[in-house]
Design a protein around this ligand. Structure first.
Ligand SMILES: Nc1ncnc2c1ncn2[C@@H]1O[C@H](COP(=O)(O)OP(=O)(O)O)[C@@H](O)[C@H]1O
Ligand SMILES: [Mg+2]
Length: 333
């Protein structure tokens, strides 16, 4: 199957004005503005096939929204390549937008003071949605998202859950092939979330809409996506199935050891080390399976045979995220 979304070695850095506090800071900033580089996305690559539904998760500030913005053509990447449905999003935005839908949970594209239906009509005109398609979608979405009760109300009177449902419908009225969701369930109550997930699932199953789905609610992912991409500090750290995460990270532990002098580590009796990494200085990192290795045994062996200055048991950083994923609750990563 063809790749509908192709992201290759994409990076994005923001220039942030760094201002000292108070009036002196303000004055100094006017005279000589100080800028700081903030790399939001670092060399990310992935591809998504037609009909896939992919979860995109990571801690706050990981670079998820920045990636979604680049994919939807709002931001351009500093380097790397993006191709979606044959278009380069930020270069061919006008032609491109017809094939995508974007939902930003934090920012509505509906008119605040107008009834929901008026915003829909407006979007119909903007996207030149044929009357037939529009009516069919409107009817279907109204039903699926339970919008009948509020579709004639101004957006400002809606609850967050209602507003979100209306926003999701708005993004889909032109029947896009690809939809980017950025936190589509944020702040929505449990029942509302379930409705949204159901809708997303059905859209993917019946209409074969391809989706990339950012959320910090792991239940969203577990209930909708098979595949998961995790990013952390701007870099991709995992791409695979939800199940695969447990295999990859679930049981791995590491022990960092600083030795007093350079030494070669001989195989250790009864202890199966998967990997030994050389770190800076005279440090080595021992990576092993928790289920195979008694950490005490390993430490005792090392302390008995070598000149050890310091020991430190740590988990791969990603593991704390994964652990939260498997707590299964409504967690903030
Ligand atoms: N317009 C911007 N200007 C400066 N820094 C930004 C801007 N947008 C995002 N950032 C920074 O880039 C990083 C990634 O942000 P973002 O993509 O919003 O993360 P996420 O959506 O995963 O929470 C953060 O450190 C954020 O502060
Ligand atoms: Mg975000």
């Amino acid at each position: 199957m063809e790749n509908l979304i192709e992201v290759k070695n994409v990076s994005k850095t923001f220039k942030v004005n760094k201002r000292a506090n108070g009036i002196p800071g303000m004055v100094a900033n006017l005279l000589v503005p100080k800028f700081e580089q903030k790399q939001a996305v670092k060399d990310i690559s992935f591809s998504i096939k037609e009909g896939e539904m992919v979860g995109f998760v990571g801690p706050n500030g990981a670079g998820k929204s920045t990636t979604i913005k680049m994919l939807s053509g709002i931001l351009y990447p500093d380097s790397g390549e993006i191709k979606v449905n044959g278009y380069v999003p930020y270069k061919q935005r006008k032609d491109y937008v017809g094939s995508i839908g974007v939902v930003f949970g934090q920012k509505s594209q509906l008119q605040w003071d107008l009834p929901v239906i008026d915003s829909f009509e407006l979007l119909k005109a903007i996207y030149r949605v044929p009357e037939k398609v529009y009516q069919r979608n409107l009817e279907r979405f109204t039903d699926m998202l339970n919008m009948g009760g509020f579709i004639n109300q101004p957006v400002r009177q809606l609850s967050l859950g209602q507003r979100m449902r209306a926003d999701i419908a708005a993004a889909l009225l032109h029947s896009p092939r690809i939809v980017f969701f950025d936190e589509p369930t944020i702040g929505v109550d449990v029942v509302g979330k379930e409705k949204i997930r159901e809708f997303i699932r059905e859209l993917n199953r019946k209409d074969k809409v391809t989706m990339l789905f950012t959320t910090h609610d792991m239940q969203d992912i577990e209930k909708t996506c098979n595949r998961l991409i995790i990013i952390d500090k701007g870099s991709k750290v995992y791409d695979g199935t939800l199940f695969g995460i447990r295999e990859k990270y679930g049981t791995t532990r590491q022990l960092d050891v600083e030795f007093k002098d350079n030494c070669e580590i001989e195989p250790i009796k009864n202890v199966e080390i998967k990997q030994i990494d050389e770190l800076d200085g005279r440090k080595k990192r021992f990576i092993f399976e928790n289920k195979d290795v008694q950490i005490n045994e390993l430490m005792n062996e090392l302390l008995a045979k070598y000149n050890v200055r310091d020991l430190n048991i740590s988990e791969p950083e990603i593991e704390s995220i994964i652990r939260k994923i498997y707590s299964g609750k409504d967690v903030v990563l």
